[in-house]
Design a protein around this ligand. Structure first.
Ligand SMILES: [Zn+2]
Length: 262
């Protein structure tokens, strides 16, 4: 046994509570080691000194004094007004809800902090959206939807203030369909043109009044007349704010564009 092991067991050795084999080992080491022997001597003298100290004796009336104090405390409790159910519930809930309260408050603080941190970005976004809406003011007609077919009102609004002098083509009419068919690629028709005079009435219908220059292709003029009769060629006069009856000159040009030339 070495000094370290001996020192660990020394207290039990002095108190004589060690099992025999360990006590023998400690004994053997103490015979050889003056340092541990000195430690053992110190322990023994300390133990003797402690034994000399007298035990403090509790005052004889300690138990009765404690009982009296408890009785007084109990009597004071009984004197207190009975707590209502709500109060007792509040008392019971307080320690249980407190952590959640702290958590919620922390969340609010964090939200505020994040909001304040991001506010320059929000302001930038707001500014950008304002600028965007200023750009959108230049849209020809508010509420105009590119994905929807053009309505008569939209088209008439687009053409203001010229609509007063020249009637707006009805976007859903047969004439509009005819003119747009000229622009369809692959119709493979040769270029042609004509100048005609038409009377336009308040409901948007029109009749051919005169042909100033007939087209080479007679079918073109015939199609034009059919289109005029088929449905209202123009929007109603009220939308254009134009006079009820107008005489207009039409120049219809059919241009053949060969994509090979580009
Ligand atoms: Zn030793």
């Amino acid at each position: 046994m070495n000094c370290e092991e001996t020192t660990e067991l020394l207290s039990q050795f002095i108190d004589d509570v060690l099992p025999l084999p360990q006590r023998t080992s400690v004994d053997a080491h103490l015979d050889l080691c003056p340092v541990c022997r000195a430690h053992a001597a110190e322990f023994r003298s300390l133990t003797r000194s402690l034994r000399k100290i007298t035990r403090p004796v509790p005052p004889g009336d300690l138990a009765s004094a404690i009982n009296a104090a408890l009785q007084i405390e109990a009597a004071a409790r009984r004197q207190l007004p009975e707590r209502s159910l709500v109060d007792r519930l509040a008392l019971w809930l307080e320690p249980r809800l407190m952590p959640y309260g702290v958590g919620s408050f922390a969340s609010v603080v964090m939200f505020a902090a994040v909001f304040i941190a991001l506010s320059p970005h929000f302001m930038a976004l707001q500014l950008a959206s304002k600028q965007l809406s200023t750009v959108l003011v230049f849209r020809p007609s508010p509420g105009y939807d590119l994905n929807q077919p053009v309505s008569s009102e939209d088209f008439s609004n687009l053409r203001a203030p010229f609509a007063e002098q020249s009637p707006s083509l009805n976007p859903g009419g047969a004439l509009a369909a005819l003119t747009s068919s000229y622009a369809q690629p692959g119709t493979n028709q040769e270029g042609d043109d004509m100048i005609v005079i038409a009377d336009v009435f308040s409901n948007g219908s029109a009749t051919l009044a005169d042909v100033v220059q007939a087209p080479r292709d007679r079918q073109m003029l015939a199609d034009f007349e059919v289109a005029l009769r088929q449905s209202a060629a123009f929007v109603p006069a009220s939308l254009d704010r134009r006079p009820d009856t107008m005489r207009v000159v039409f120049t219809v040009q059919k241009v053949d564009v060969r994509d090979r030339s580009f």
